[in-house]
Design a protein around this ligand. Structure first.
Ligand code: AHG
Ligand code: MN
Ligand code: MN
Length: 327
């Protein structure tokens, strides 16, 4: 049996990364316990305020955010923290060598209905050690991530992590409180017949994405010549987990639903960490034309269209967009 502590000792590049991941995953145990108690822990419902993105915060969005922030602020290796729920990054220990970004609670609309939610995190190198960290320190492309992962609070709590070239998964043993290794080299098949998209936004998509979904719906009667199946967890963390387990395609594409937003998902807290996991498991991750991990961020809260999962399907969507642009 390999525990997370054991795995980190063997594989983490240094003790700083190992310590920060331990802090995040320890908070994950607390969140997992709170979710198990549900309504009995008084964690459901609205917090009564909005985050920087103009979204209504749930009690658990705020709670998970505060727990992670508090714990990381006390970690000597953590120089700063950026969260989906906070307007600005929070400086932590100036002498730390790492920056941590997170979506404390992904899938907020699932909280009150007892469905899967998660925590997504990304770790970057802090380049100005000794000085107080600022928002601009976080504006590094996803290909610079030192580590990334998520905790999925589903029927069991699972940690997916990448700190080296591969993706590994751990399951939280509720009896011992240990994360136990269950997969040491996650790989995604290049082909799939399963896809995830919120189709109610169809009228807001660009033509190539409409064409793609039309083709999938036409199934064996259309140009794809086979039937496809839809799955939508409404928490990216759940959809990405399914893809790491059995392949698939996930997209939250560019849409014109909200002016000035290039899609719903956030580059730094959602798209980058998930893209790193997916690519390292052999899949693809693009904004429909460009590799997500190569995007240079200009704002810690910027949004990005996301197309990720089984490689051949991601490439197929990219070709549709490139061919459309050429016309
Ligand atoms: P968050 O709860 O952190 O705001 O993220 C929710 C995101 C993502 O997890 C999910 O894929 C998507 O929003 C669901 O969107 P719909 O409401 O369109 O289903
Ligand atoms: Mn999210
Ligand atoms: Mn969130």
């Amino acid at each position: 049996m390999t525990t997370l502590a054991h795995y980190l000792k063997e594989h983490a590049a240094d003790s700083a990364i190992s310590d920060v991941i331990t802090t995040i995953t320890d908070v994950g145990k607390t969140i997992s316990q709170l979710l198990r108690k549900g309504a009995l822990a008084d964690i459901l419902g609205e917090a009564g305020n909005q985050n920087v993105q103009g979204e209504d915060q749930k009690k658990l969005d705020v709670l998970a955010n505060d727990l992670l922030l508090e714990a990381l602020a006390q970690n000597a290796h953590c120089a700063g923290v950026a969260s989906e729920e906070l307007d600005d990054a929070t400086p932590a220990n100036a002498d730390g060598s790492l920056l941590v970004l997170f979506d404390p609670l992904d899938g907020s609309s699932n909280i009150d209905i007892n469905m899967a939610v998660g925590t997504i995190f990304s770790i970057l190198l802090y380049q100005r050690q000794g000085q107080t960290s600022e928002n601009s320190d976080f504006l590094q492309a996803g290909n610079k991530q030192l580590a990334a992962g998520y905790l999925l609070y589903g029927t069991s709590t699972v940690l997916a992590l990448t700190i080296a070239d591969n993706v590994v998964m751990f399951s939280l043993d509720p009896d011992t409180g240990d994360y136990v290794l269950i997969e040491d080299n996650v790989q995604i098949d290049a082909d799939t017949s399963e896809y995830a998209i919120n189709s109610s936004n169809y009228r807001y998509w660009r033509a190539p994405m409409q064409q793609y979904i039309d083709e999938l719906i036409a199934g064996e009667d259309g140009v794809r010549g086979r039937d496809f199946n839809t799955r939508w967890v409404a928490a990216m963390v759940g959809d990405v987990h399914r893809i790491l387990c059995r392949g698939g395609l996930f997209t939250y594409p560019f849409d014109t639903k909200y002016a000035h937003k290039a899609g719903k998902l956030r580059l730094m807290y959602e798209a980058n960490p998930m893209s790193l996991l997916i690519e390292r498991a052999g899949g693809g991750a693009t904004d429909a034309t460009n590799r997500i991990l190569d995007i240079t961020p200009t704002d810690i809260h910027q949004r990005v269209p996301v197309v990720l999962g089984s490689k051949n399907e991601v490439d197929y969507i990219k070709d549709l967009h490139v061919n459309h642009a050429d016309k």
